[in-house]
Structures are given as structure tokens and as C-alpha cells.
Design a protein around this ligand. Structure first.
Ligand code: KIV
Length: 284
């Protein structure tokens, strides 16, 4: 299938058709998303926790992330692939950040865009100017505002953003507008009250992709391990679980172990290779 381009997705946005995005972490999960014809696959740094068992996205080494980017890109299909800029890959200087961005884009020509978490424009001039620099060099950037997990310590934890005061809502809206001006082609809005996310969306002319941001954004993104129940334990309030892969998988493996122990697997008839009697008898 022909890969969707940023232009294709923009046409869909202009036609007011909702955009779909989900995360993927490796060849298998990317193949599922590609088979389902998701508009966009995000190689999110959430893979640090969902795939690699780190405690935080900030623990993710850049080299390990690159390995996952290559793996996701090997899955064939039409989804546009977006890769995160992980924590530590862009904060040192614009020069280092641009060099790391180019490394990600050069891993595979299927990486169509990068995504960067950005703080409020009043406090995070550095990242906003970086986005501007990158976009002016032709690097497609999806901004990410609201709850930005890489900054969870500064934000006081994993909490809804843009719900405390008039000033906070205004800052969030201004940040979205500044990022649009900086050249972002889309914005992720994470954990923002529905009304605020809807208002921001209505003031932009680029698509917004919401996660925990209600029904009024131009599209939705979910973390695959949350939506498919790939890990034990709870998921955030805004997640809808469409499956419980962790339970299905561990129940299936337990059944396999029982059958190995009881001698039910492998079955003599279906899972074994036979040899012609005359050859066997010649040997024996
Ligand atoms: O890393 C990630 O999975 C993300 C999504 C939550 C948008 O940034």
C-alpha cells in the first residue's frame, strides 16, 4: 500500500475526517497497526516503559530508541510513521538536537516526521526556537503540549493541564499558536479538558491529535499497550481497552505448560514428523 503523506493527512483534516494514530514499538506491533490501516504510527518514547521495562521515559537511551525505530519501519503498510525525540536527544543545544533529528530521519526513509514535547511558550523558548530551526530546515515536526511526560517532575506529576486558571488556558492556547507559527504540521494535545482542547483546535489551522483531550480534536492517539491491555495493571481514565492481550497471552502460555506437563502437547497426530516405515526399519 502507498504510504500516507503529511499532505494526505492534511487533506483528511481539511475534510473534517478524524485522524487515527497509535503507538508501535517493534516490527510485530507496527505490523498490527499497519494491517489495521491506522493513519499514523507513533514510535513513542513510552516504549521505554511499555516495551523495555524502564520506570520512566527519561531512562530511555537514544541508541536503544534507534533500534526500535528501525524495527517499526520494517513493517509494510500505508501508515505514516512519526518518531519521538527522546529525553536527552534535544536539550543540550540546537546543534546536537538537529544532528540527532537527522540521525532518526536517516535510519529509514519511512520516518516521515519527528515529535517533540514542548513546555509553555513563556518558559520554553529554547524548544520553541528549536522547532522553528528544525522546520526551517525541512524537518517535519509534530509538537506535543499539555501533559508532556518528559517534564512530569516540573509539571508536578502526571496531571491534567490547562484546567487551573484563565492564565494557564491562555498560555496553552498561545503555545499552540506559537508552535503552529514555528512550522509544526500537527500538535499532540495530552490530558487537557475537552472544552480547552476543542477551543485550541478551533483556533488552529493544523490538526490536533488528542490523548485524554476529549472529542473535539482533529484526531486521537492511544498508547498501544494501554488500548490492547498488553501489560497487567490499570490504565489512565481516558483509555478505552479494546483487548486484554496480557491475559490472553499468559492464559495461553499456562495452558501450553499444562499440556506439556500432562503429555497432551505435542500430539502424536498433528505436531510430529513421520518417517516411512521401510526407511526406519532399514536403520533400526
Ligand atoms: O510516547 C508516547 O507514546 C506519546 C503519546 C502518549 C502521544 O508521546
Amino acid at each position: 500500500a502507498k504510504r500516507k503523506s503529511i499532505l494526505d493527512l492534511n487533506k483528511k483534516y481539511l475534510a473534517c475526517e478524524p485522524l487515527s494514530m497509535c503507538t508501535a514499538y517493534d516490527y510485530i506491533t507496527a505490523s498490527w497497526a499497519q494491517k489495521s490501516n491506522c493513519d499514523m504510527i507513533l514510535i513513542g518514547d513510552s516504549l521505554a516503559m511499555t516495551s523495555l521495562g524502564y520506570k520512566s521515559t527519561t531512562d530511555l537511551p537514544f541508541d536503544e530508541f534507534k533500534y526500535h525505530v528501525k524495527s517499526v519501519c520494517r513493517a509494510e503498510g500505508s501508515s505514516l510513521v512519526v518518531a519521538d525525540m527522546p529525553f536527552g536527544s534535544y536539550e543540550t543545544s540546537h546543534e546536537v538536537a538537529i544532528s540527532n533529528a537527522l540521525q532518526l530521519l536517516k535510519l529509514d526513509s519511512n520516518v516521515a516526521s519527528l515529535k517533540i514535547e514542548v513546555g509553555m511558550h513563556t518558559k520554553d523558548k529554547y524548544t520553541i526556537n528549536l522547532v522553528k530551526e528544525m522546520c526551517s530546515r525541512g524537518i517535519p515536526i509534530m509538537g506535543h503540549i499539555g501533559l508532556t511526560p518528559q517534564r512530569s517532575h516540573s509539571l508536578g506529576g502526571f496531571r491534567v493541564q490547562g484546567n487551573k486558571s484563565y492564565k494557564e488556558i491562555k498560555e496553552l492556547l498561545e503555545t499552540a499558536l506559537v508552535l503552529q507559527d514555528a512550522g509544526c504540521w500537527a500538535l499532540v494535545l495530552e490530558c487537557i479538558p475537552q472544552k480547552v482542547a476543542g477551543y485550541i483546535t478551533s483556533k488552529l489551522n493544523i490538526p490536533t491529535i488528542g490523548i485524554g483531550a476529549g472529542t473535539q480534536t482533529s484526531g486521537q492517539v492511544l498508547v498501544m499497550s494501554d488500548m490492547l491491555g498488553m501489560l497487567p495493571g490499570g490504565v489512565p481514565k481516558f483509555v478505552k481497552q479494546y483487548s486484554s492481550i496480557h491475559r490472553v497471552a499468559s492464559d495461553s502460555i499456562s495452558k501450553y505448560i499444562d499440556e506439556v506437563e500432562s503429555g497432551k502437547f505435542p500430539s502424536n497426530d498433528t505436531h510430529t514428523f513421520k518417517i516411512k516405515n521401510e526407511i526406519w526399519e532399514e536403520f533400526i
